[in-house]
Design a protein around this ligand. Structure first.
Ligand SMILES: Nc1ncnc2c1ncn2[C@@H]1O[C@H](COP(=O)(O)OP(=O)(O)O)[C@@H](O)[C@H]1O
Ligand SMILES: [Mg+2]
Length: 294
């Protein structure tokens, strides 16, 4: 299943959710690929992965796909850029700032090609993973449209703010154009929730009332360890497994697995969910084992 984590607005918890949902799915023995489509590469960094100059990223794959439109023999697969993370069962397709240059190229491509780039890139690895999680950039540009087009399920983080609500409204206007009127496979996740801001919370919930059925029961509370884990380039389960943030993301994962009909199939959680490459720096591993799928 391909899941996009998207909201037009920045700073609403897209990357925090992508990193921690991916990690928690992997702890539950799901095979997960996190695809970072944000040129700011926060997901790549947030997993503690240093993207060296020699590391190929999503922009190399997009560039190749673009060239393929004109030269069919030119071949490169997303498998070439996938790197293992410190977490067993979690791989990453990294991003870097050069992804911005590709956006320009995509705009110059025929529309029926440019919206399908990501989908076509992911096809060769779709069956290797139980879940492919796409961390989207803010905005509803060509990368976001590619992510929506590729997705089976869309998760919309919503901070309790005006901008976040506007982001949802914009998104809900374009989703039917991309996925068709009948597409209903999306949920809203309340993030950065602070119960002390009672009147703001009440206001946002009133605005979201028509979408009540779409709001997940799990709320991600504002939690300092979640912010500190990002500062330390770690997921919350490695940084502070007992924190409220870790509990919230475990509860989100359980709720989503239930919605996806995958809860009974949950295998025994990994008995040692923490680092599997504890004695080595991840950047060395990035170089030495970056090609997992040969
Ligand atoms: N639940 C939370 N509690 C505290 N800080 C959070 C929480 N979720 C996200 N943050 C922080 O808020 C900032 C924006 O989050 P991020 O996930 O990067 O948003 P986005 O990807 O939507 O731009 C980051 O500094 C992150 O560490
Ligand atoms: Mg982000």
């Amino acid at each position: 299943m391909i899941v996009s984590i998207i909201n037009n607005k920045g700073g609403v918890g897209k990357t925090t959710t992508s990193i921690n949902l991916s990690n928690c799915l992997a702890i539950n023995r799901k095979r997960v690929l996190l695809v970072d489509t944000d040129p700011q590469a926060h997901s790549s960094r947030g997993l503690g992965i240093h993207i060296g100059a020699e590391q190929e990223t999503l922009q190399d794959i997009f560039n190749t796909k673009y060239e393929q439109l004109y030269a069919l023999f030119y071949d490169k697969s997303i498998k070439d850029i996938i790197i293992r993370t410190k977490r067993r069962d979690l791989d990453l397709a990294p991003s870097d700032t050069h992804l911005v240059d590709v956006i320009e190229k995509l705009y110059r491509t025929y529309w029926f090609f440019r919206e399908d780039f990501l989908l076509r890139c992911l096809e060769p690895v779709k069956s290797d993973y139980d879940y492919i999680i796409i961390d989207c950039p803010p905005g509803l540009g060509v990368l976001a449209i590619n992510a929506i087009k590729a997705s089976d399920f869309i998760l919309i983080p919503c901070e309790m703010s005006r901008g976040s609500l506007d982001g949802i409204a914009d998104l809900l206007k374009i989703i039917p154009n991309i996925k068709g009127e009948s597409f209903d496979n999306f949920k809203i996740l309340l993030t950065l929730f602070n119960y002390k801001y009672a009147s703001s919370n009440k206001y946002v919930m009133r605005q979201l009332a028509p979408l009540k059925e779409k709001i997940l029961n799990t709320k991600i509370n504002r939690n300092e360890p979640l912010n500190r884990s990002q500062l330390s380039n770690k997921d919350i389960f490695s940084f502070s497994p007992q924190s409220k943030g870790a509990k919230d993301y475990s509860s989100l994962t359980r709720e989503l697995l239930k919605i996806w009909g995958d809860d009974e199939k949950q295998k025994e959680p990994n008995p040692n969910p923490n680092l599997i490459f504890s004695n080595h720096s991840i950047s060395i591993h990035c170089r030495s084992i970056k090609r997992r799928h040969i």
